[in-house]
Design a protein around this ligand. Structure first.
Ligand code: PEP
Ligand code: MN
Length: 360
């Protein structure tokens, strides 16, 4: 998968910025938002939801095809490229008829391979089509990659990905926690793929947008999709997460884009630090391997003496002692708890194997 940065960026430089309302509401709203965005001179693509897949029926489900006419008018007045979410082959047909430049696949659609295949089939042979695929709502990298591949297979090569976070279970400060390791892994599998971050749907509230947008920049994302509205509090959908064009400009101006080239001196400093990390990583593996050897010995003793593998009191002791040590040494307690839990699970696995091995 090749980068499509050049097809999205109008200003010929990164980051690519896609903005516009969560939903097109009225012609006046869409066009005046587009004009205000144009004045910022930082925006590449105008977005607007026309068909809104809502989790529950009853909330605003989009204005439908009429909104495409407004979008076309906004494009004529501002020169912006336009993008809408499509969820069916019929949406694709309508959007293309109204000169929409970029189609995006929403998170709920990406989660459904039949729907993605139908959309891909409807684009077969259209070598000019540009498609951005949001991650599926559930944290499954394969489903995201699968959707991208469905487009590739029908000959659509102008494809990129949008990271919008993943459904949460329980408490979180995010509407859709970012789980950054998933887009990072996607990028490892497809190094040239254009990757856009959507802080609006990750955060769900405007106060935290900057932090996520900056993080995306630090992780070398190619661009951002951020929802904007002239009067966000009155928006018909996603009111809490939209920014006025003015506040969007403030956010974009504050972003630090670290694209600086490394000088030879700095490269050598960084190399030295990386070498130290390599040595420490190798020490870690060494220590873990030694620890597992001792765990194996312990397993044999337990087996010989009919002792249970899991000794909850002992595990509690290890954990408490280590968490105290973590505080002393300034290492995050959650981090240490997670690492030790993984080690503990692996130790139990090894001991169970030993316990259940047939005597030879
Ligand atoms: C949107 O971008 O307005 C939208 C509905 O997004 P998602 O598919 O990420 O929920
Ligand atoms: Mn939205």
């Amino acid at each position: 998968m090749k980068s499509i940065n050049h097809l999205l960026s109008q200003k010929n430089k990164l980051p690519i910025i896609i903005s516009g309302p969560c939903s097109a509401e009225t012609e006046e709203q869409l066009i005046s938002t587009a004009i205000a965005l144009k004045k910022t001179i930082k925006i590449d693509v105008l977005r607007a939801g026309i068909w809104k897949p809502r989790t529950k029926p009853g909330s605003f489900e989009g204005v439908g095809t009429i909104g495409l006419k407004w979008l076309l008018e906004a494009k004529r007045q501002t020169g912006f490229k336009t993008t809408v979410e499509v969820a069916t082959a019929k949406h694709v047909e309508e959007a293309l008829k109204h000169e929409v430049d970029i189609l995006w696949i929403g998170a709920r659609t990406t989660a459904n391979p039949f729907a993605v295949q139908d959309i891909a089939d409807s684009l077969q042979g259209n070598s000019k089509a540009i498609v951005l695929v949001k991650n599926p709502i559930n944290p499954e990298l394969m489903l995201w990659e699968g959707a991208l591949e469905r487009f590739l297979k029908v000959g659509i090569t102008n494809i990129g990905a949008i990271h919008r976070g993943f459904s949460k279970y329980g408490d979180s400060n995010y509407r859709n926690p970012p789980q950054w390791q998933i887009p990072i892994e996607l990028k490892q599998h497809f190094p040239e793929l254009t990757l856009i971050c959507d802080p609006s749907h990750i955060c769900g509230k405007r106060e935290t947008l900057f932090h996520v947008a900056q993080k995306a920049m630090d992780l070398d994302f190619d661009g951002l999709m951020i929802e904007s509205h002239l009067t966000p509090d009155l928006a018909w959908s996603d009111a809490q997460q939209q920014l006025t064009p003015r506040d969007l400009l403030i956010l974009l101006d504050k972003l630090v884009i670290r694209k600086g080239k490394l000088s030879p001196a700095l490269t050598s400093e960084i190399d030295k630090l990386r070498q130290k990390i390599n040595v420490l990583d190798s020490d870690l593996i060494d220590v873990l391997s030694k620890r597992m050897q001792i765990v194996a010995q312990l397993g044999k003793y337990k087996k010989a003496n009919q002792v249970q593998i899991l000794q909850p009191k002992r595990w509690e002791e290890i954990l408490n002692k280590s968490l105290e040590e973590a505080i002393e040494k300034g290492v995050g307690q959650d981090f240490i708890r997670n690492v030790l839990t993984e080690i503990h699970i692996e130790s139990i696995k090894l001991q169970s194997k030993i316990m259940n091995e047939e005597e030879k």
